[in-house]
Write a protein that binds this ligand. Sequence first.
Ligand code: TTP
Ligand code: CA
Length: 362
Amino acid sequence: MERVIIHVDMDYFYAAIEEREDPSLKGKAVVVCMYSNRGESGGAVSTSNYIAREAGIRSAMPCKLARSKNPDAVFLPVRKPFYEEVSAKVMEILRSNADSEEAFEKISIDEAFLDITESCKGDYELAEEIGLRIKEEVKSREKITCSVGIGPNKLIAKMASSFRKPDGITVIKPEDAQGFLKPMPVKKLWGIGKVTEDKLSEMGIRTIEDLASYDAMELISVFGKNKGTWLKQAASGVDETPVKERTATDQIGRMASLKHDSRNENMIFSLLNELIDDVISKVKTRKVSFRSVTVTVIFSNFKTSTKSRTLSHVVDDRGILSENAKELMKQFLEESEMNFRRIGIRVDNLQENTGQKSLFDF
Ligand code: TTP
Ligand code: CA
């Protein structure tokens, strides 16, 4: 039987929770901000509700800029532990609607895949009923909305859920998958980043249809075998990766002291490189991937400060770890004047590698 997969994505998640908690926010622009240790002026937007988005406010934008776009918006600080509690409740609802406990895969705090092939017996009308039931259950129990995408694989389901938002449902049958993807710009293809988008643009490839009809060998010659093949398949709506929960484990980290307290970049970055090597070798031995990177600095006055980054998907790549760790370390150097005493690096949100290559291994 051909698979039927559901992707659920909560709408403006953090801001929706804040609205639910404080009914007086209803109808107002709400912006949830991650304030840095420099206070309100240094923060970035975590998310905002759709009213705030009308003014052009976007995730990752400096809060200051967001405020200038809509001075009447309500700005609230992130309450991550609380959102995680809500997420856990939502995930339980979602999991209970999958074919089995194992036919469920949480991919972020507010998104998950469910394999419902058995429950709907491959029938898309039944699948849509299940999708509507999930939306109803989430709304009545958690008082927040979600958008649902249904399709023959994870790629199509994921792209379908973002097609109608907020509070939408989009069902793409196997025979409609190609037509659904075709007119979209390539950047909408799940898994394509800015660098790839730019490269494709140079090659004259703008829509997913352009990419699907491009010569596979040409793509391979430009992007290498894995990625070239993946681009061709994804653009054609093909994705065979299974819905499979990756069990979260703890974290992997290393810390070390500098030879003496210092702000010397060569010294700091060369120690950081050693720590990255250690962490990556543990990551490889344990056959896990990570989704967030944290850098810690202990200053000469023993004050400890950390900076983290959540990546858009799980990786086990040294280059990506190194790039993110170095950027975080540069921020520390720019923001502080004090000497560093110890530095540390940690990866978490670990997931076991499934053996099968995922979209993002390419
Ligand atoms: P998203 O699902 O990307 O966004 P969203 O749920 O706020 O809005 P949408 O309706 O478009 O799905 O992210 C989920 C949550 O993750 C979001 O509510 C806040 C958090 N987040 C950040 O903290 N920083 C970011 O840059 C992004 C993109 C999300
Ligand atoms: Ca979301």
